[in-house]
Write a protein that binds this ligand. Sequence first.
Ligand code: UN1
Length: 493
Amino acid sequence: MRIKNYIGGKWIDSEQLQQVPIVNPANGTVLGEVPLSTKAEVEMAVSAAKEAQKKWALIPAPKRADYLYEIGYKLREKKEHLAQVLTSEMGKVIEEARGEVQEGIDMAFYMAGEGRRLFGETTPSELADKFAMSVRSPIGVVGLITPWNFPIAIATWKSFPAIVAGNTFVWKPSIETPLMAYELGKIFEEVGLPDGVANIVFGSGSTVGTAMIEHPDIKVISFTGSNATGSKVAELGGRHLKKVSLEMGGKNAVIVMDDANLSLAVDGIVWSAFGTAGQRCTACSRVIVHKDIKQELEEMLVEAISQLTVGDGLDPAIKVGPVINRKALEKINYYVQIGKQEGAKLLAGGKILSAPPFEKGFYFEPTIFTDVKNDMMIAQEEIFGPVISIIEVCSLEEAIEVNNSVKFGLSSSIFSQDINKIFKAQRDLDTGIVYVNAGTTGAEIHLPFGGTKGTGNGHRDSGQAALDVFTEWKSIYVDYSGKLQRAQIDTEN
Ligand code: UN1
C-alpha cells in the first residue's frame, strides 16, 4: 500500500518518488510505504485549506459540529478495524489500541457538543447604553504536527477543536504511523467534510514541518513530540510570529508513601510504566518511595513484572508490545547501560529481547532499577521505554522535591491514604496533571492535557483549554446611545 497525501478533498500521489517503508514493529513486516512530500505539496495543501476556510467559517458552529458527530459514529463503527491497524503499525497491545480509538470517539462527541457552546462572555460596559461582549473567532488555517505514540487520539485532540471552531487544517502525521492518518483521512472523506477543511501531508519534519511553520498563511502550529524537535518548532515559529502550542516530554513519577495501599500502588505503577511499552508522554518512569516500605514495594514490583507477557500486541494475552523501531530500542538500551555505569542496581529486565520469537521485532524487557540517585541521568532524562527507576526518600517533602527536580512537568501521582499528605501533594507537585491513588497515565479528553516547565509552553490540548489554542478572542462593543460616547473620558470619575 502506497500512501497518498489528502489535499483539497483528493488523494494525490506525492511527486516525491522516495518512499519510506511502514514497518510493523512486532515482526518487521512491511505494511506499505509513505512519501517524504515536498514543500510544493505543503503549499498546495495550505492553499486548499485557505480557500476552504472562508466558507467553513461561515457555516454555523452547530452545523460544523454535525460533521464531528458523523466522524464519531464512523470511528465507533470502525473501532475494531482501527485498533487492529493501530496495533500492527505502532505496536501497542490491542486492548490499549481500542482504548486509544475510544479516546478519539470521545473527543469527537465532546467537541461536537462545543458546536452548541463555544461560549463567549457578555460584560457591562463602563458607558450607558453600550453593550460589551467577547466571542471566540476562528484563526484561519492551522498546522498540526502529531507523534506516532498516539497516532489517532492526539490527531483528534487537535483537529476536532480546530474545525469546530471554524478553522481548516494542514496535518503532518508522524511517518512512523501514516496508516492511522490515512484511516482518519478516509473518515473525513466518508462523512463528506467539505473539500479542503482537512488536509494531510506526509513527510519529514525538516521539509514538511518546516514549510508549514514558515508558511505565512498558517497562523497556529500545534505540536506534540520530543523536546528537541519542540524547541526547534518554537524557535522557528517565534521567528515567524506564530502562535505555537507545544506538548513535549515527561519524566513522570509515582510517589509511594509509607501509609499507601501497596498492592494498589504496584498495579498503578505497572500499568502506567509498562503499558504502551512505556512510550507515553505520561508514562511512569520514576518511583519515589518512602524508605520504610521500599524493600516490600520492590519485591512486589519484581513479582508483578515477572507476570508481564511480552510479544505481538495483536495477541490478547500479551501485556507489553514492541517499541516503535530499532532506533528507539537502541536508545532505551543506551540508557540502561548508562544506569548500570552510574551505579544503579538492576532489579529486573535490562535487555533487548532478540532470540526467537522476538528476533524480527523491537522488544525490550520490562526493566526496574533501584538505588537510583536523583542526579543520575536515568533519573532525569526521558527514556520513553519500559524502564523505571526507584528513588528512596524519607518524607513527603523530600518526595515532592525529587518529583519537581526534573526539567519536565507533565504528570505525577501519589499513593497515600492520608488526606493531609494528599492535599499537600496535589498543591505542590509541579506538573500539569496530578493523580491521587492512580498511576500517571489515563488522562480524560474533557480535562486540559499538558504540563509545566520543559513539557510545554503554557498551552493545553483537550478540554475547553484546547479552544484557546484554536480561537482568537474578539471583543465587540455596540453603542446604542445614538451619540459619541468617549470611553475613559465621558465617565463620572
Ligand atoms: C501521550 O502519551 O502523549 O493520559 C498521550 C494518557 C493518554 C494520553 C497520552 N490518555 O496516558
